[in-house]
Ligand binder design. Structure first.
Ligand SMILES: NC(=O)c1ccc[n+]([C@@H]2O[C@H](COP(=O)([O-])OP(=O)(O)OC[C@H]3O[C@@H](n4cnc5c(N)ncnc54)[C@H](O)[C@@H]3O)[C@@H](O)[C@H]2O)c1
Ligand SMILES: [Zn+2]
Ligand SMILES: [Zn+2]
Length: 391
């Protein structure tokens, strides 16, 4: 089959690789019909090379049709149409039973001290072959699927694999008071959905992003948007009685624009030999914290900062005095996809499309075009906001 593989920093290629097969009786194999590129894939493209091997298959936002099942799979049949959550969970351990599927104790990657295994996401998360490919092996398939109907187009359902539940969790964790103000840093695909969920719930939603077409898209859905300027935090504070937003979702993460010095450090790490770079990335606090700092600054006293954006350094410096003095709550983490599906399925199937899932993808393309589109998406060229591959 054809698959999108990682070959080095800012270098991905489509290669002919062996078809996936049933390895465990609990596996299924799906033929992938749609598979999106995520902002998280950009971290692999740019930064997390020390944890990836040349040839690893990327992708963790797939859906498709079941073509083969292992002998122990009871909940799926060949021909079923399914979306595959990006985290791989068992559904019955302590963490899964508590709605913490991204911490699943059956699939945790203990070697690296990580939570649940993920598709297409480095050795830190189990080095499981990803879904930007013609076929995908799905471990623990009885639990790791969302079965969907046959009538609606893929784009209705595809984002259930990751960004829609991620955004939903981001808003849940943000603990916005009824009718309160939710501010969002970042209007990538995750920030788009965070804002729309905020509007859907009746909050006042203010969002910041430096890219004009991303702001325009959010404005189409009723969001008030602001450019990333030196004064934007003050401007937003003025709009919230000088107090700040009740809640802030950081939908940017570790590759924020805005603190060049640390950016250079990241650059350097991306080019080091793996054995040297890995411990540095893990411990040395090389994150760019611009969006997180802005979130902490912008939230009102007693408010909540919710991180949907991914962070990865273990020695980052946080403004503890400010956080303590402002009495902040801070929540974060990889999304627990299956926890939110019952809330989201009716919304994506609603003919009125309340979260606008049909207004996100700017690019549909074949797998062969994926390498070019990684570059386009990273550089935010050609109005690119979300890429959906149709292998
Ligand atoms: N928690 C999870 O489970 C989970 C799931 C999916 C994605 N993510 C993470 O969410 C983040 C966003 O993903 P995405 O797909 O939307 O990616 P993206 O890269 O398209 O979006 C990031 C957006 O932030 C904007 N931005 C950059 N610096 C900024 C700043 N200082 N202030 C405000 N905006 C800024 C960029 O212009 C861009 O629009 C990534 O870190 C991704 O890894 C987390
Ligand atoms: Zn993703
Ligand atoms: Zn589990």
């Amino acid at each position: 089959m054809k698959a999108l593989t990682w070959q080095g920093k800012r270098n991905v290629t489509v290669e002919e690789v062996a078809d996936p097969v049933i390895e465990q009786p609990t596996d299924a194999v799906i033929r992938v019909t749609s598979s999106a590129i995520c902002g998280s894939d950009l971290h692999l493209y740019e930064l997390l090379g020390p944890f990836i091997d040349r040839g690893d298959i990327l992708g963790h936002e797939p859906m498709g049709t079941v073509v083969e099942i292992g002998s122990d799979v009871a909940e799926l049949a060949v021909g079923d149409r399914v979306v595959i959550p990006f985290n791989i969970a068992c559904g019955h351990c302590f963490m899964c039973r508590h709605g913490l599927q991204s911490q699943c104790e059956t699939t945790q990657v203990r070697e690296y001290g990580s939570g649940a295994a993920l598709f297409g996401y480095t050795k830190l998360y189990g080095q499981v072959p990803g879904g930007q490919a013609e076929y995908l092996r799905v471990p623990l398939a009885d639990y790791n699927h969302i079965r969907v109907g046959a009538d609606l187009p893929d784009d209705r359902y595809l984002y259930l694999s990751d960004i829609l539940p991620t955004a939903w969790q981001g808003v849940e964790y943000a603990h916005v008071p009824e009718g309160g103000t939710l501010a969002i840093m970042g209007l990538g695909p995750v920030g788009q959905f965070v804002s729309r969920i905020g509007i859907h719930r009746g909050y006042r939603v203010l969002a910041v992003d430096p890219v004009p077409e991303r702001r325009e898209m959010a404005e189409r859905h009723g969001v008030l948007t602001y450019d990333l300027t030196d004064t934007v935090v003050d401007e937003l504070r003025d709009l919230t009685d000088g107090r700040g937003a009740d809640s802030v979702v950081d939908a940017v993460g570790l590759e924020a624009h805005g603190s060049a010095g640390i950016g250079l450090m990241q650059q350097a790490v991306g080019l080091l030999p793996d054995a040297v770079a890995r411990p540095m990335l893990d411990k040395a606090g090389v994150d760019r914290l611009a969006a997180l700092y802005a979130s902490i600054d912008l939230v009102r006293r007693g408010g909540t900062v919710s991180l949907s954006g991914v962070y990865a350094g273990d020695a980052d410096i946080l403004p503890m005095k400010t956080m303590f003095d402002k009495q902040l709550s801070l929540r974060m983490g990889q999304c627990n996809v299956k926890r939110w599906i019952d809330d989201l399925l009716p919304l994506v199937e609603d003919p009125a499309d309340p979260l606008g899932v049909m207004d996100l993808a700017t690019h549909h393309a074949s797998l062969d075009e994926a390498p070019d589109l990684y570059a386009t998406f990273q550089r935010k060229e050609d109005g690119c906001i979300k890429v959906v591959l149709n292998p």
